[in-house]
Design a protein around this ligand. Structure first.
Ligand code: FAD
Ligand code: UDP
Length: 370
């Protein structure tokens, strides 16, 4: 018997929103259920005194894919924000990502050749292919930068030693021999005008949504209700943790209001020493060039994660990847369920990649269905 809906979408993050938008456009009847009290997943912003607060950590949209950029621009226009965080190492300030501004301040040098000579000399410490994050970092930027700007930050962030972390994590960061503080190499970048909720609202316009519903806890209510399920929650949770728990890194946010216009002068300040317990402090108004008389600043504390709490970063080490592949096999055998997004795929996904993945999934799905 056919269900009342063509698709039941579990989760209203970007993956769910993009999937449902396209499915609804194609005439499919859809229902979205969301565990939280609001839609948007991790890109959700709350509002305080006309300032958009990135409730689940700072989000900067960036992509090199023109088609994808055109796709999101159908729904929202983006401002010209360029992420240029500043690193604070016990009060010493350095520009990020690692570039000529960083090298000049650190070593009192002026040319790319001088910077390259310094890094070359320091990276001799590493022989052969880097085997972990520490070796990868030193071979990219040398020991001084590793000690001041990477080691403390990374060990706080991940709760383990750099020698025990995979090298790929640090490869995300550009290293440049130019005076360029743009954190990303991508062609397109910005924050939606009016904030991220505008994007979510546009994607979900005219879609039926129920918030405050945890699908895994209320599953029996939905049996037979839809022909297919699109599940964007955690994979181990879907299977009742049958094979064990996938590990995540948690975060705790502390937001303070200041009766001043400009508290730290930059949207993102990274605290890179081990002594400071938080990794970043975010002054939200700077993402949108706010001129309000007050400001809100959020400190981001990395934390151990426990089941039931928001899962922020997947810990993609060997043990977890192995467990994930076992769950992924079970997922493949699940009939009429599509799994997607950062939780179901247990993947460190940027927003543009999640949208791309949702578009590819829905396109394939609608072709199959037609
Ligand atoms: P989510 O946004 O997590 O959405 C999943 C939704 O499913 C959630 O709303 C959740 O509540 C819901 N859900 C889960 N389980 C259930 C259930 N059982 N029942 C009902 N609902 C359920 N990307 C960038 O491109 N730029 C950035 O600057 C950036 N910064 C980031 C900073 C942080 C701290 C983090 C954690 C991520 C960042 N990202 C960034 C990544 C970005 O957040 C993700 O790419 C994107 O939000 C993923 O969308 P999603 O739909 O896969 O997952
Ligand atoms: N990183 C660092 N120092 C910094 C910023 C980043 O060592 O000041 C390292 C850290 O290991 C982090 C990784 O680079 O996990 C990727 O940084 P990114 O800013 O992309 O992290 P995200 O925004 O995804 O938390």
């Amino acid at each position: 018997m056919a269900g009342e809906y063509d698709y039941l979408i579990v989760g209203s993050g970007l993956f769910g929103c993009v999937f449902v938008h396209e499915a609804a456009l194609a005439g499919k009847k859809c229902l979205v259920v969301e565990r939280r009290s609001h839609v948007g997943g991790n890109i959700y912003c709350s509002q305080k005194e006309d300032i958009n607060i990135h409730q689940y950590g700072a989000h900067i949209f960036h992509t090199s894919d023109k088609e994808l950029w055109d796709y999101v621009n159908q729904f929202v226009e983006f401002n010209n924000y360029v992420n240029s965080p500043v690193a604070n190492y016990n009060g010493e300030l350095y520009n990020l990502p690692f570039n000529m501004n960083t090298f000049a301040k650190l070593w009192n040098i002026a040319t790319p050749a001088e910077a390259a000579a310094k890094i070359n000399e320091q990276k001799q410490a590493i022989k052969g292919e880097p085997r972990n994050l520490e070796e990868q970092a030193i071979s990219l930027v040398g020991t001084d930068i590793y000690e001041k700007l990477i080691k403390g930050y990374t060990e706080k962030q991940w709760g383990r030693k750099c020698q025990d972390l995979p090298a790929f994590i640090i490869k995300r960061l550009p290293v440049r021999y130019t005076f360029d503080n743009n954190y990303f190499n991508d062609r397109y970048q910005g924050i939606p005008l009016g904030g991220y909720n505008r994007l979510t609202e546009a994607l979900l316009a005219d879609v039926e949504v129920r918030t405050g519903v945890d699908y895994n806890e209320e599953r029996e209510k939905f049996v037979g209700m839809a022909d297919k399920i699109v599940y964007t929650g955690a994979l181990d949770a879907y299977f009742g943790y049958k094979l064990g728990e996938l590990e995540y890194r948690g975060l705790r946010f502390e937001t303070e209001r200041y009766a001043e216009m400009n508290h730290q002068g930059v949207a993102v300040m990274n605290y890179t020493s081990a002594e400071v317990p938080y990794t970043r402090s975010i002054e939200h108004k700077h993402f949108e060039f706010g001129r309000q008389p007050v400001t809100y600043v959020t400190k981001e504390y990395p934390a151990a994660w426990k089941r039931g709490e928001e899962a922020y970063y997947p810990v993609n080490d060997e043990r977890n990847q192995k467990l994930y592949s076992q769950y992924a096999k079970m997922a493949q055998a699940e009939k009429n369920v599509i799994f997607g997004g950062r939780l179901a795929e247990y993947k460190y996904y940027d927003m543009d990649d999640v949208i791309k993945s949702a578009l590819a999934t829905v396109k394939k799905e609608l072709q199959v269905k037609c």
